[in-house]
Design a protein around this ligand. Sequence first.
Ligand SMILES: C[S@@+](CC[C@H](N)C(=O)[O-])C[C@H]1O[C@@H](n2cnc3c(N)ncnc32)[C@H](O)[C@@H]1O
Length: 534
Amino acid sequence: MTDTSERKITIEQHKRFSESALWRLQREYFDKEGPNAWVNQVPFYITSNPFIAHCYAVIVFTFMNDWVKKHPDAKNNTFYIMELGTGPGRFSYYFVKSLEELRAAHGVTDIKYCYVMSDFTKHNIKYWEEHTALKPYIEKGLIDYALFDMETERPITLIRQNLRLTPEILVNPLTVFANYIFDTVSHDAFTVHEGKTYELLFSLSTDEKNMENNRPVDMEQIVVDYNVHEAKPNYYGDPLLDPIIENYKKQLTSTSFLFPVGSFNALKLLRKLSNNKLLVISTDKGYSTVEQLDHLGHPSISFHGSFSMMVNFHAIGEYFKNCGGDAVLQTPRKGIRTSVFASGFHLKDLPETWHEIEERVERFSPSDYFTLHGRMRDSYQQVTDIDIIAAHMEFSRWDPHIYLKVSGHLISLLPQADGETLEFMSKNMPRLAENYYFMPKTECILFEIGVFFHAIKNFADALHYYQQALKYVGEQFGLYYNMALCQHHLEKNEDALATFKHALTLDPESKETAEWITFMEKTIAGTIEEKDIK
Ligand SMILES: C[S@@+](CC[C@H](N)C(=O)[O-])C[C@H]1O[C@@H](n2cnc3c(N)ncnc32)[C@H](O)[C@@H]1O
């Protein structure tokens, strides 16, 4: 490492992108942070909400049915659905929940499946293993998990069943979900100019103050510089990859593009394990056409705890076509987009699956959902009609993440709410509660549901949800105080007294609680006077 007069430290010089230290730093970041990566650092809502999970569930449910119709013996074997770089597991929970609901609604019981959550870091696996929302599915054998590092070719073993995924086990096609992960594993980068292809070489530097133990502390302070070097022909020596680069040389005028080589290595392994029968669904920010790939500057890397880039979905689509499969790339959207890839079979041969892909990916998609949701997220405080918030909750499939944002405002609107909307909301509160997926350092939705019922004077339901919240919120004054109020309104005064007393231990300064205790004691003893009535 070289110390320059500007006190800049050179971290590396002229490195092929896939060999850059950035990837190591990114891995170290995810490994160190584990589930904490999602506490206000790495954005995740966009790919971890009930809407996107339901879209995927409908496609996969239809795919398994379609496949069994064509191959009746497929019922004898399990369909494995593997999520790469799973992260917090919230998507996994909503997916399996939706899939189970679809199976129940359609009476499908004879198609076996197992959802495999995977990540390269053990810290995430430990989090899933202990997660109360996942537990029922894990215990039923519907969810298993595996350590899988997309950058290394190692056997994949399902930890619960101690079962190695092999071509003999993966008789049915393997479904793979890759949300917000193709941009996280290593890429190469190329430049095309005047009919020639160059590899892009990366140099990284940072301020000396940003270095500790020979490594940068804050990735956001890394400066990236680029050099070019003419790329050798048949760069990868791989007949599935080299034609893609070769075609870009002919099709692109002047641009730089990324090539997701780490993801290609992982896909190669998964194709081998699944007898080249893969269905892949991926959502990320990315480019889907040659036109979008042209006239771009050097790759822009956005740092946010970790870093992310635009995925070259077009190249991934070409790869799948080269594997004898096909690719459905969502037409341009400004934000994220969803792509579906198949290897070893053609999606159009599965007509109902094809129809659902059209409906859920090309028409109203996770991307469109997120764009519309963004409008509400940014302006809900201006909404004065509670039925609009209620409709947005339905649109989101009763997503706690959204309710937690709007709950304060919504409670303030309750006094003017109409009866129908209140009934609609009350009826759907159990759905909101079922969608609770605990994440570190976030508010508890069960408590907020309690507040909703409390505000509309449905004390029985309020108490029910407050009690449910106990195991998440713990010894918190406000929770006990609210529970005691509900108990009193339900004429459970002995319980209310005990709960107020407990609340007072949590906040001995609370005068109101002390007054309530006196009032409860008098009520129970039958010595209450007119002046004591609250
Ligand atoms: C940006 S997060 C995406 C998480 C989740 N899929 C989502 O949509 O929010 C990337 C995830 O990939 C994991 N990851 C990073 N490098 C990986 C690798 N080489 N193999 C497998 N997982 C990896 C990280 O631990 C993290 O959970």
